[in-house]
Design a protein around this ligand. Structure first.
Ligand code: AMP
Length: 282
């Protein structure tokens, strides 16, 4: 069946009417789709009768010095990928359609939005949660699928759904990686060959950390790899490496037992990358 492209809210309502009932899964994206997005679409297909993919580069979640204007936009290829994966509706609104010029109200990610990744991107998670809640209200999915790649985002969406009683199930999909370990990201296309070699240190650091079980040792092992990468050309410029509780993103310390998220963010050249791995702490 053909993909229906809905370019605004009115077209979305019409497109949804053609589906004729059944469970709807939403996969929110900013486009520039890669195998990571496609794996989420495949998971969404298992969880529902119809899949809606949103493609929207959300201006609200980019800081003034971030890459909103140069974020990759590859709509034709995205549409082809969605068709191949059996997506029924692609919702691709304009910023004008999504945001009223006199808008006032938005979602606050609270304290959890201001730590770890949020400490480096003020307002980012408020922008993410606002657009995600709007997409939930517009599409009204039964289930929405997000990647573990953005672990703090996933945790905050679960928090928002619990705190605001949003009637949607949330499902998380595992991070898809290149064979050499680099997590797929729409931003990887910015990496030069030399950048890419340095960028491999992120996933290498996570793997080094996951070979340990005590928090201080996990962090030390990861930091050793990242320190070494800071001496490469181009250097890895670390924003943070943190071992946190998967639900709250507060730091995990020695004595903690259970699963924790080892998260890392760094700049390589002009590209900022994030990655994480769930590690067993004992
Ligand atoms: P984005 O287009 O970057 O906003 O991402 C859209 C969704 O795809 C988010 O839920 C991301 O967590 C997810 N995603 C991004 N990269 C990957 C990846 N390598 N593997 C799995 N999911 C991913």
């Amino acid at each position: 069946m053909d993909v229906i492209v809905a370019g605004d809210r009115t077209e979305l309502v019409k497109a949804k009417d053609t589906l004729g009932g059944g469970r709807i899964a939403l996969v929110p994206t900013m486009g520039a789709l890669h195998e990571g997005h496609r794996s989420l679409i495949r998971l969404a297909r298992e969880l529902a009768d119809h899949v809606v993919v949103s493609v929207f580069v959300n201006p609200l979640q980019f800081g003034p010095n971030e890459d909103f204007s140069r974020y990759p936009r590859t709509f034709d290829a995205d549409l082809a990928a969605c068709a191949e994966e059996g997506v029924r509706v692609v919702f691709a609104p304009s910023a004008e359609d999504m945001y009223l010029p006199d808008r006032q109200v938005q979602v606050s990610a609270g304290r959890m939005g201001a730590i770890v990744e949020g400490a480096f991107r003020p307002g980012h998670f408020d922008g993410v949660l606002t657009v995600v809640l709007k997409l939930f209200n517009l599409v009204q999915p039964d289930v929405a699928v997000f990647g573990q790649k953005d672990a703090q985002q996933l945790a905050l969406i679960r928090r928002m759904v619990a705190d605001l009683n949003v009637p949607v199930e949330i499902a998380g999909g595992p991070t898809v990686r290149e064979p050499d370990g680099l997590a797929l990201s729409s931003r990887n296309r910015y990496l030069s060959p030399a950048d890419r070699v340095t960028a491999l240190a992120l996933s290498r650091a996570l793997r080094a950390g996951s070979g340990r079980t005590v928090p201080s040792e996990i962090l030390r092992a990861a930091a050793a790899v990242l320190d070494e990468a800071a001496r490469l050309d181009p250097p890895l410029l670390l924003d943070y490496v943190a071992l946190v509780d998967p639900a709250t993103f507060t730091p995990v310390e020695d004595g903690f037992r259970g699963e924790a998220v080892l998260a890392v963010a760094a700049k390589v050249g002009t590209t900022r990358l994030i990655d994480n791995l769930v590690v067993a702490v004992s």
